[in-house]
Ligand binder design. Structure first.
Ligand code: COA
Length: 165
């Protein structure tokens, strides 16, 4: 009998993807047979990068045979069910994250009883990184090399330079 494939969905806005996100993806890939990084268009956040650009930077940053990158719109629980999956993966950096994540996990579980959220605790060295901080530091010309993969650093700089000219 074939064992059912364990699929984990890692959703987010990834504007841009950071080393903290990549650490979660790598660690989750040890637990699941397959990881789908689900990039939300998230117009409410008014992202700096377009959906296509965010997908592109993730694909360039994550080269793993069992990890794929896709976009999704609408409710996350519907997307998860469509993928024949039942587990959402999220990273927890701090107690502040916990409050937000707690509400989101409970809401998603209420919307769809079969869906569970599992949390991976961020490593200390990544626990303060956020996409908005990366954007802010870059907008002032600061060095973001410690926070994002090299390719993403280049894309952020190009984007911010274009915005300013
Ligand atoms: N390392 C570094 N940063 C991390 C991180 C980690 N491990 N985990 C989260 N973050 C940061 C992100 O950079 C981002 O920072 P920012 O807000 O300063 O830019 C922040 O934490 C949260 O971003 P992200 O993880 O991308 O999640 P999100 O809150 O933007 O997106 C969705 C959440 C997409 C999962 C949620 O909005 C969703 O499900 N949308 C679909 C509609 C839906 O179903 N809504 C009902 C939900 S209950």
């Amino acid at each position: 009998m074939n064992k059912k494939e364990r699929i984990g969905i890692y959703p987010g806005t990834f504007d841009p993807v950071t080393l903290g996100h990549l650490d979660i993806i790598l660690r989750a890939s040890e637990i699941f047979d397959k990881i789908i990084i689900a990039v939300s268009e998230n117009p409410y956040k008014n992202p700096l990068f377009s959906l296509e650009e965010r997908i592109d930077m993730l694909r360039k940053s994550v080269k793993h045979p069992r990890v794929t990158v896709e976009s999704f719109s609408g409710l996350l629980v519907d997307y998860v069910a469509n993928k024949n999956a039942s587990v959402i993966i999220r990273g927890l950096r701090s107690a502040t994250d916990f409050n937000y994540e707690f509400l989101m996990a409970q809401t998603n579980n209420k919307l769809s009883k079969n869906i569970e959220t599992i949390f991976l605790i961020s490593k200390t060295e990544y626990s303060f990184i956020s996409s908005s901080l990366v954007r802010e530091i870059a907008s002032y010309g600061g060095n973001i090399a410690h926070f994002v993969p090299e390719i993403v650093g280049k894309m952020v700089k190009t984007k911010i330079y274009k915005k300013k000219t």
